[in-house]
Ligand binder design. Structure first.
Ligand SMILES: Nc1ncnc2c1ncn2[C@@H]1O[C@H](COP(=O)(O)OP(=O)(O)OP(=O)(O)O)[C@@H](O)[C@H]1O
Ligand SMILES: [Mg+2]
Length: 467
């Protein structure tokens, strides 16, 4: 699945955080509500008890003072102590107003007041929310006898403030809790997902030809995935091996009959009696040579492919010595093409060894590069194979430079693909040489750079080995 296709699928981290944080949020909101209701109830209860105490006190005062109102000092003390405005009214046993605030709200007539049982309710007085207690209180002496009715009303400012403060405090705790919870959840999820990240990196680090099983120790849930992946890798490797073997066998099988056809065609060409036969046999010979070249290159490609490489042994190769030897072998063929092939040692006496290298593969690479230079440069050209010593952060470089037609910048990437030949190339190749070169460079973890020749002419191909 491409990265784009996965964009609308929520990430695992998102899902885990969602499932951790949303229930946490709901839980915390529930606790906050419960806390708020609890505090409200306690505040109401405290205020109600205070109201009853005030009602009793005021009734006693009225009895003792024969119906006088509370003194200004007591009222002041009361409001300072409770931080609320307190109003009261006392009605005599016959319901007549005795003292206090005449205009206080009345309890609805439907609610009977039982003697000694306080009734509480909320209402509005002087434009403010108030809490009221109404109760009957038995008095005797100093003019008043029987059950007086007393209403004590108190504003709810302080009580509301207390509840608000409490709510604010809980809400602050709630926010801090959510932030810390979110942070810990994030850390936990990140740590929990770390094995998946490791697996991702292990797969990313792999080159395309490394099909060995993944050996990382993983938690049980992930190891199931790794197990399945390793099974797939194994099947893939088997299938690729079978394909490679088939290509190698097929090209090998083709080479012998092709050589026979070629030899027969050459013999027939030599003994042909007329021009038309000779032309036809020439065409057969060209096609046969090209098919033979294709079979050879296919076999070479199979040899340098990841599967074929397994058969070659790795060793330490001295690049200067190796390149000088291979170039030496090709000086005579180059001369036959009228091309001056030379070797330059720019190692500056530095070690130009390549570790874990395969000389067989390196030879295949260099031969293909020399063959290309000889095939695409015209007579009189010069071709140079060069070895440059390692520099900062890069290892030794094997270069081959010619002053032929070169490869246009736009085509330098695609010529490395299989069966790509540029327009105007002669007919002898099959477009596999540079693919072989790239495979060998990859096998040695070397970079392949195609550039203009030094004098702005021709082609310079550099194989930069790792440090
Ligand atoms: N030194 C060069 N100068 C100019 N063009 C080149 C050079 N080397 C390669 N090319 C171009 O790149 C193309 C691909 O080269 P490559 O070696 O992959 O295939 P080929 O030479 O056509 O076939 P073969 O597989 O037989 O080598 C060539 O067809 C040619 O057009
Ligand atoms: Mg070639």
């Amino acid at each position: 699945m491409s990265r784009q296709n996965t964009l609308h699928v929520p990430s695992l981290r998102f899902r885990l955080l969602l499932w951790l944080l949303v229930p946490g949020l709901v839980l915390a909101a529930g606790l906050l509500t419960k806390n708020y209701l609890g505090v409200k109830e306690v505040a109401d209860r405290v205020q109600d008890r205070l109201l009853v105490a005030l009602a009793v006190t005021i009734s006693e005062h009225v009895i003792n003072s024969s119906g006088d109102m509370l003194s200004r000092d007591i009222e002041l003390l009361l409001s300072q102590f409770t931080r609320e405005d307190t109003y009261y009214r006392v009605n005599g046993p016959n319901g007549a107003f005795v003292t206090g605030h005449y205009a206080l709200p009345e309890l609805s007539v439907d609610t009977p007041i039982q003697p000694g049982v306080p009734q509480f309710y909320n209402t509005v007085y002087l434009g403010e929310d108030v809490r009221v207690v109404t109760m009957k209180y038995l008095v005797s002496g100093s003019g008043l006898q029987g059950w007086v009715t007393i209403d004590v009303t108190q504003t709810r400012r302080e009580r509301d403030r207390l509840v608000r403060d409490e709510l604010l405090g809980s809400a602050t705790d709630f926010v801090v809790l959510m932030i810390l919870g979110g942070l810990f959840a994030w850390i936990g999820v990140t740590r929990g997902l770390a094995p998946l990240q490791q697996l991702q990196q292990a797969i990313r680090r792999r080159s395309t030809d490394d099909l060995r099983p993944i050996r990382h120790v993983m938690p049980r849930e992930v190891s199931e995935v790794v197990f399945a992946l390793n099974g797939l890798l194994e099947r893939l490797e088997r299938s690729i091996s079978a394909n490679q073997r088939f290509i190698a066998d097929a090209s090998h099988q083709l080479r012998t009959p092709l050589a026979t056809v070629q030899a027969e065609a050459e013999w027939a060409r030599r003994h042909a009696s007329n021009e038309a036969d000779r032309d036809a046999l020439d065409r057969i010979l060209i096609e046969t040579r090209q098919t033979a070249r294709l079979a050879t290159q296919l076999l070479n490609l199979a040899r340098v492919s990841p599967e074929g490489r397994k058969a070659t042994s790795a060793s330490r190769v001295d690049l200067v010595d190796f390149a000088a030897r291979v170039t030496g072998d090709w000086v005579s063929p180059a001369l036959r093409h009228g091309i001056d092939l030379g070797f330059e040692d720019h190692s500056n006496a530095m070690s130009c060894h390549v570790d874990n290298a395969s000389e067989v593969l390196l030879r295949e690479m260099l031969v293909n590069l020399i063959e290309n230079a000889l095939a695409y440069c015209s007579e009189g050209s010069s071709v140079t194979v060069r070895v440059i010593g390692p520099a900062s952060a890069i290892g030794p470089v094997l270069e081959i430079e010619d002053d032929g037609p070169g490869i246009p910048l736009a085509d330098r990437q695609r010529v490395l693909d299989r069966f790509v030949r540029l327009d105007g190339s002669n007919n002898h190749g099959c477009g596999l040489g540079l693919s072989i070169v790239r495979e060998v460079a990859d096998a040695h973890r070397a970079d392949l750079i195609l550039d203009d020749g030094t004098r702005g002419r021709g082609l310079k191909i550099s194989v930069v080995f790792p440090f």
